[in-house]
Design a protein around this ligand. Structure first.
Ligand code: PLP
Length: 380
């Protein structure tokens, strides 16, 4: 056995995105104790910077020590009690996972379905509330990474409010990439991930809960079904002012990496980061269309950070093109997921990956690989 040295890749899939050198260097700093006052002080800064990134004053804002899927599970585990009714919007892979979470927590899921590649329809959500007036929560995905669609979070959260329900939002791919206003839009529970538009390594999930959500959690009648994700326990560590108690050993170095990534976001400015993702998307779009690739999603609903495209008819073996991109050009793009598997490519422009240099690499590599694979297919 020898030390592992990963190949140098350009990451333009659905996550992880390219991790800047600054963040990698931060990860390599010495490990200290997770109750060391120096570490605790850094964690307080992480919480402040996460509030800024989420545009919220929520006290209950911190990173879960596990990937985005754990943030999802944390929100459902703490807010859903047995027999609670939850309206779940499904327009791609991740909405389906939300339904699974509700059912595992003993809740009842009422599904609002929209076609893959289209946003959640607010009229259907309204109709679902009329049909299920006791629904306690509305849950939906802001940025559906499986299709590249943005749903109107502001409107959907307002509907939840109108019917006295909490809103629970998946912002794994949206945080840091497109406008997201937790307080102004009235979002009650939200989770994200470190490895998409924040450009940190995978493994952490920033979450935030409104005061209303915190009150609902505090007045639960059943114990939270997950010990690890039970916020009443986790918070003794994250919020125990001056008297933090051991819950689990926080992934110290990963937190230092997130701290650095958040500083970089702060230095750039949140709005500037949103603008950059939009601009880079415009540049990539022009190049992809030149190559004969067609966008799956209607222009007004597209996510700049996740470009789902259909490939030209000359591509008979799409997996072969992706393999060629990886092996010959060190470029990773995403395959289709779920209903779109084998039908589309997903080209990510997340965080540090959303830059001119990556776009040039991507367009020239795609052109060469499509040509190359098309020719060899014709011969063999
Ligand atoms: C990536 C992603 C997740 C899951 O995050 P992991 O870090 O892979 O667990 C959840 N929801 C959406 C929309 C995602 O894009």
């Amino acid at each position: 056995m020898q030390s592992f040295h990963p190949p140098k890749r350009t990451l333009m899939g659905p996550g992880p995105s390219d991790v800047p050198r600054r963040v990698l260097q931060a990860l390599a700093r010495p490990t200290i104790g997770h109750l060391d006052p120096a570490f605790v002080g850094m964690m307080d800064e992480v919480k402040i910077m996460l509030r800024q990134a989420f545009c919220t004053d929520n006290a209950l804002t911190f990173p879960i020590s596990a990937p985005g899927s754990a943030g999802m599970e944390c929100c459902f585990a703490n807010l859903v009690e047995p027999d609670d009714e939850v309206i779940i919007c499904i327009n791609g892979v991740f909405g389906g996972r939300m339904k699974e979470n509700v059912e595992r927590m003993g809740g009842i899921a009422h599904v609002v379905e929209d076609a893959w590649g289209t946003p959640v329809d607010p009229n259907k959500v309204r109709a679902a509330f009329v049909q299920h007036p006791k629904a306690k929560i509305l849950a939906f995905v802001h940025a559906e990474t499986s299709t590249g669609v943005r749903s109107d979070a502001k409107t959907l959260c307002a509907i939840a409010r109108e019917f006295g329900a909490l809103s629970l939002v998946d912002a794994v791919t949206s945080l840091g990439g497109i406008e997201l206003q937790v307080d102004a839009w009235g979002i009650d529970a939200i989770y994200s991930g470190s490895q998409k538009c924040l450009s940190c390594p995978p493994g952490l999930s920033p979450v935030s809960f409104s005061k209303r959500a915190a009150e609902v959690i505090a007045s639960r009648t059943h114990k939270v079904r997950s010990w690890f994700l039970d916020l009443s326990l986790v918070m003794a560590y994250w919020q125990g002012d001056g008297a933090r108690t051991y819950h689990h050993t926080a992934p110290v170095n990963a937190m230092v990496g997130l701290h650095e990534g958040l500083i970089m976001l702060h230095e750039e400015g949140l709005q500037n980061a949103w603008v950059r993702h939009g601009l880079m998307h415009e540049h990539l779009k022009a190049g992809l269309e030149n190559l004969g690739l067609r966008f799956v999603v209607e222009e007004q609903y597209r996510l700049p950070q996740l470009n789902a495209v259909q490939f030209p008819a000359s591509v008979q073996d799409e997996a072969k093109v992706r393999r060629h991109l990886l092996e010959q050009h060190n470029l990773e793009i995403g395959a289709g997921l779920g209903a779109l598997a084998g039908k589309v490519w997903r080209i990510g422009l997340m965080g540090a990956s959303a830059c001119e240099e990556n776009i040039e690499i991507c367009l020239s590599a795609l052109e060469a690989s499509i040509k190359q694979c098309g020719q060899t297919t014709a011969i063999d």
